[in-house]
Design a binder for this molecule. Structure first.
Ligand SMILES: NC(=O)C1=CN([C@@H]2O[C@H](COP(=O)(O)OP(=O)(O)OC[C@H]3O[C@@H](n4cnc5c(N)ncnc54)[C@H](OP(=O)(O)O)[C@@H]3O)[C@@H](O)[C@H]2O)C=CC1
Ligand SMILES: CC(C)(CO)C(=O)C(=O)O
Length: 345
């Protein structure tokens, strides 16, 4: 892949726009595609404004809606929410070259859906843990760094993987290339289950991770998701304070709490204080990605005979919040109630 290969960013929200700004700054040719008409208009009229502690600036960008897009592109970064992955893939397929590739810059197991839509050879994996929020049309707050890892979904270290890795180092010089992208994506599911739990309250990510009353629940939830991952044959990977071994069923509780401390410290360093899920529930009052990110953990658990009572309770609580039940510790308490006596020692 040449360095003048144009990059199509499909979904120009928090993640897509943050990456686009860095690629533009590095001199790359980027086109943003988004179905939010007012956001597209603002991007074209005023440029992309990045705020926050890391980059303050305005970037001249070209943006369009999917309907206005013409042409075919060899590299598409897909950065919609997971609940829009399939729809977006059906829209972008006609714009992807035959030997092109879609890189999922998302949370969840989107690669399976993308592969169904555009074929496994045109699907590439990516794990992102930096924090950003779309604040207003044309304006994104880039709140904090986080691990960035890319890799082929079959684990091969191809020339294409090296090229995409080189591209991502333009955003984060510490971006890594892995032969185990599924390990990272599943580790984000474990951490993601904790993020969904924090989003049931208004306390912020770090506040909940540090809350002694809820730590036993968070550890039990993380252990549950880790068990599903192991049963599914996934080797989990550590990142940004998340240590998979600390959440093994018989690992000492102290190690799990130390990992929660590191995750909380990581989030305290970021200007993004709440998970994207919290913004969906509290700010946008819209459906979250729970059915695409958390519910599949329980389904895969059932396939392997691993019970997931806490994951199930988490899905129910998020559905309740989506249905209008106010956020608060009472909602998190409903998940805690699903813990069995002595679940975490
Ligand atoms: N924000 C963060 O800090 C992090 C997010 N993630 C993950 O990254 C992914 C993207 O999240 P984020 O950037 O926050 O989401 P945003 O909502 O900020 O951005 C997604 C954008 O995609 C647009 N969109 C939706 N459907 C389509 C479509 N079919 N075609 C084109 N554009 C579409 C949305 O428009 P509209 O709103 O009108 O639907 C929105 O502007 C998610 O999976 C998230 O979990 C991962 C790590 C951190
Ligand atoms: C909190 C964050 C940025 C991960 O650190 C995230 O993944 C989200 O908001 O969904």
């Amino acid at each position: 892949m040449k360095t003048d290969t144009p990059i199509l960013v499909w979904g120009a929200g928090a993640m897509g726009a943050t990456l686009a700004a860095h690629f533009l700054r590095a001199g790359r040719d980027v086109l943003l595609v988004d179905n939010n008409v007012s956001h597209v208009a603002a991007l074209n009229e005023n440029g992309l404004t990045l705020t926050g502690p890391i980059v303050e600036g305005r970037f001249r960008v070209a943006a369009c809606t999917p309907e206005a897009l013409t042409g075919r592109y060899p590299l598409i970064l897909l950065a919609t929410k997971a609940l829009h992955t399939r729809t977006a893939c059906r829209m972008l397929a006609e714009h992807l070259t035959g030997d092109g590739v879609v890189v999922s810059v998302q949370n969840g197991l989107n690669e399976a859906v993308i592969a169904e839509e555009v074929g496994a050879p045109r699907t590439f994996g990516c794990f992102v843990n930096f924090g950003a929020d779309l604040m207003a049309p044309g304006e994104v707050m880039f709140g904090g760094w986080g691990a960035t890892v890319v890799g082929e979904i079959d684990g091969h270290l191809t020339d294409r993987a090296r090229d995409i890795h080189a591209l991502f180092t333009l955003f984060n010089p510490d971006a890594a290339l892995t032969a185990n992208i599924h390990g990272y994506l599943w580790s984000k599911l474990v951490y993601g289950s904790l993020l969904f739990a924090t989003a049931l309250t208004d306390e912020g990510i770090a506040g909940v991770l540090e809350n002694d009353r809820y730590r036993p629940l968070l550890v039990a939830l993380a252990r549950e998701v880790c068990q599903v991952a192991h049963a599914h044959g996934v080797t989990l990977e550590g990142f940004d304070g998340f240590e998979p071994d600390a959440f093994a069923p018989d690992a000492p509780l102290g190690g799990a709490y130390a990992s929660l401390d590191r995750l909380a410290a990581h989030n305290r360093r970021s200007a993004k204080k709440h998970a994207g899920i919290w913004r969906d529930l509290s700010v946008h009052k819209r459906k979250t990605e729970v059915d695409e990110i958390i519910a599949p953990i329980a389904r895969i658990g059932r396939e392997h005979g691993v019970p997931t009572p806490l994951t199930d309770a988490l899905v129910r609580a998020v559905h309740a919040a989506e249905g209008g039940v106010p956020l608060g510790l009472e909602l998190l308490e409903s998940v805690r109630a699903a813990m069995s006596e002595g679940a975490v020692r």
